[in-house]
Design a protein around this ligand. Structure first.
Ligand SMILES: NC(=O)N[C@@H](O)C(=O)O
Ligand code: NI
Length: 179
């Protein structure tokens, strides 16, 4: 899906946003962390494959089939972003979740706001992964497009349908994202 938008901002915004470490509890209003460690409550585990692996069920339904949607798998080869970075727009996919999992150990920053009306700058929250975490953005969660700290490939699972499901909101004033 090719989505684009352009929210113009005059210069670097004033409000500074600094990401906090990503944890399942803090990220819960926005979606799910893809990792075994740190889940609260701890994930139930099943020994499988003759005891050679542990199975953890993170999320029973990725919510990708609303209104005729089908789950799709994509790869994003992302370049490292330069920080500080002006955040002047967010997007949401109202009809499905969106999952990002690094194929390497590259970190990324997730800038989010709760599902609902278009957020104001002061409602944004930012999280930075530890290089081993992924995220599932819940349907409708406002988010900035992928912000890779180190460049690399990401597995992306999202909903595909005839109509593109991507609504963009412009932040005015925007925020300055600093690591
Ligand atoms: N544009 C695109 O395919 N990706 C965005 O939805 C994103 O969240 O990165
Ligand atoms: Ni998105």
């Amino acid at each position: 899906m090719a989505w684009h938008c352009a929210c113009l901002s005059a210069g670097m915004p004033d409000l500074i946003l600094t990401p906090e470490p990503l944890t399942p509890v803090r990220f819960a209003p926005f979606g799910q962390v893809v990792a075994v460690q740190g889940q609260s409550p701890a994930l139930p585990a099943w020994p499988i494959n003759g005891g050679n692996a542990q199975r953890y069920e993170l999320l029973p339904d990725l919510q990708l089939t609303a209104e005729g949607g089908v789950p799709m798998l994509a790869l994003f080869s992302a370049q490292a972003r330069q920080f500080p970075l002006p955040v002047t727009e967010l997007e949401r996919h109202a009809l499905g979740s969106q999952t990002f999992v690094p194929l390497g150990t590259q970190r990324f920053v997730v800038v989010v706001a709760r599902p609902g009306p278009a957020p104001q700058a002061g409602e944004l929250q930012a999280f930075i992964t530890d290089g081993r975490q992924g995220v599932v953005l819940a349907p409708g969660t406002w988010h900035h497009a992928l912000l890779a700290v180190e460049g690399g490939d990401f597995v992306v699972v999202e909903r595909r349908a005839a109509a593109v499901d991507c609504e963009v909101c412009c932040l005015d004033p925007g925020v300055q994202l600093r690591l």
